[in-house]
Design a binder for this molecule. Structure first.
Ligand code: GDP
Ligand code: MG
Length: 162
């Protein structure tokens, strides 16, 4: 059984784009519409010396109502089966209240968490990373999933937990 890494975070932060970069596939649905990935989606990352499974999830919106609630349940199941949680946030949006809610959920799991600050293309990287220092997560990595920047470092860091 390969180890499992779950990508979690609000809708539209770039989880599916990162999933594609990690699995080098085009089958994850990437769209401008927030919350398009309603179900979990599995692929294998073979970019490092050891393969691992990547789970793309729908966004955790912080609401438990209706379809959003269904997605949140899917995310919780993904968290349960994961060995490592990659919390994807958006450098352009900065810290939003929903991020804090999700972080609480991730911490509750007791699993290792890596914060990926995505969309750092075109923004000042130290400033963007500094915003998320308030999370208190030691491993906070810059990323531009759309430009495939930061992906190899994430794989390297992820493998230290797997
Ligand atoms: P998800 O809802 O978290 O799965 O987010 P998606 O992967 O669907 O991406 C949402 C939007 O952000 C899309 O328009 C992507 O093209 C865009 N996006 C994703 N990664 C990056 C990035 O590194 N930089 C920029 N500028 N845009 C990105
Ligand atoms: Mg998605």
């Amino acid at each position: 059984m390969l180890p499992v890494v779950a990508l979690v975070g609000r809708p539209n932060v770039g989880k599916s784009t990162l999933y594609n970069a990690l699995t080098r596939s085009r089958d994850a649905l990437v769209a401008d519409m927030p919350g398009v990935t309603r179900d979990r989606h599995y692929g294998v990352c073979r970019l490092g010396p050891r393969p691992f499974v990547v789970v793309d999830t729908g966004g955790l919106s912080g609401s438990d109502e209706g379809i959003e609630g269904l997605t949140a349940t899917q995310v919780r199941l993904a968290i349960e089966e994961a060995h490592l949680l990659v919390f994807v946030v958006d450098a352009r949006d900065g810290v939003l209240p929903q991020d804090a809610t999700i972080l609480t959920e991730l911490r509750r799991s007791g699993k290792p968490v890596i914060v990926v600050v995505n969309k750092t293309d075109g923004v000042d990287e130290p400033t963007a990373l500094g915003e998320f220092a308030s999370f208190g997560i030691a491993e906070t990595l810059p990323m531009s999933a759309a430009h495939n920047r930061g992906v190899d470092v994430l794989v390297e860091r992820a493998l230290t937990h797997l």
